[in-house]
Design a protein around this ligand. Structure first.
Ligand code: CDT
Length: 321
């Protein structure tokens, strides 16, 4: 048995008036409660330090810049690192990153119980659009405000296991999980901010919770990993963000589920050895995968017509004997 006690720290809304110091204080409060309940690791959502600013078309560069962290820890986040070290608890934190050479990423870090950063991931699948679209009730300008991540889907040996990180929209893509599964992931941490309303296709709105669960449950099962999905939830600046935070076992079963759209801690003590029975049987990749038949997965970004598909994978044109 390799036990790991995980606290998924769903956050309720963070509005523009809430400064970093207030938010960090809130995160520290949740951290203390999680520690008191025995947590080894507390997982905060995507962009956990500010409101979800991609909902606005922001023309003032100084205002836009105010949402990004230039250093981690910085002056306002240092107390979170200090408290983690004092309590001996690890954490995962999502934030907007601006690098020294001016690149902007939607980033998450993994911090060990010592307060040392042991993992960093920059969001690869950026949803939404790059230009202002005033017909929408609200914008989703991640394609304007971030570059696609350049660190790949890495895993980190930490907390007695192998930990992967993905961010929000990444959870909808099977490739995200499989690349980490192929590196032996055991726990995949996913922070998210998901508006319930989908402006181009409002008929999907009622399915937000269903889609949130099925993608993470499938990712967990198919890759023999625990998945910890953590939302920023509730009505934030007038936009309803879904909750639906959950901890999922490698069986694909949800073992802890948020019941509110506010600050809420979901606790679960998991046995990382539970990954083995799936990894050694139905998902023993080394025995059962057939990568020679997956050429289209990396050979094209979008759909192709059959003639182009054959160019990428000539097996698609073989005459059956
Ligand atoms: N933050 C994020 O990636 N949210 C998206 C919203 C839908 S796309 C406009 C998501 O996939 O949950």
């Amino acid at each position: 048995m390799r036990a790991l006690t995980i606290a998924a720290a769903q956050l309720g809304p963070i509005d523009r008036v809430h400064g970093r110091a207030d938010v960090v204080e809130r995160l520290i409060g949740l951290m203390r409660t999680a520690k008191a309940r025995g947590a080894d690791l507390i997982v905060y959502p995507e962009l956990a330090l500010t409101t979800f600013f991609p909902r606005w078309y922001i023309e003032d560069p100084a205002e836009l810049d105010s949402y990004y962290e230039r250093e981690m820890p910085g002056p306002e986040t240092a107390p979170l690192f200090a408290e983690a070290k004092r309590l001996s608890i690890g954490f995962h934190l999502g934030y907007a990153e601006k690098t020294a050479d001016g690149h902007r990423f939607n980033t998450a870090i993994l911090v060990e119980k010592t307060g040392a950063i042991v993992g960093k991931y920059r969001k690869i699948h950026l949803p939404g659009h790059a230009e202002n679209e005033p017909w929408r009730a609200f914008q989703h300008l991640e394609k304007r405000y971030f570059e696609p991540g350049n660190l790949g889907f890495r895993v980190f040996d930490a907390f007695g296991g192998r930990v992967g990180i993905a961010i929000c929209n990444d959870r909808r893509w099977p490739e995200t999980y499989r690349v980490m599964g192929l590196q032996g992931s055991e726990v995949i941490l996913i922070g998210f901010n998901t508006p319930v309303h989908n402006p181009p296709f409002p008929e999907h709105d009622r399915l937000s919770w269903h889609h949130n669960s099925i993608v993470m449950q499938a990712g967990a099962y198919q890759n023999a990993s625990f998945v910890v999905g953590v939302a920023k939830a509730g009505i934030e600046e007038g936009v309803h963000h879904m909750g639906g935070s959950q901890i999922i076992a490698p069986s694909g079963e949800t073992i802890a589920l948020a019941t509110t759209e506010a600050d809420e801690l979901l606790m679960s003590t998991v046995d990382l050895d539970q990954c083995r029975s799936y990894r050694e049987s139905v998902f023993a990749f080394e025995r059962h995968r057939e990568p020679d038949s997956y050429a289209l997965i990396t050979g094209t970004k979008g759909p192709v017509d059959p003639a182009r598909a054959i160019e990428i994978d000539p097996a698609l044109d073989l005459e059956p004997s």
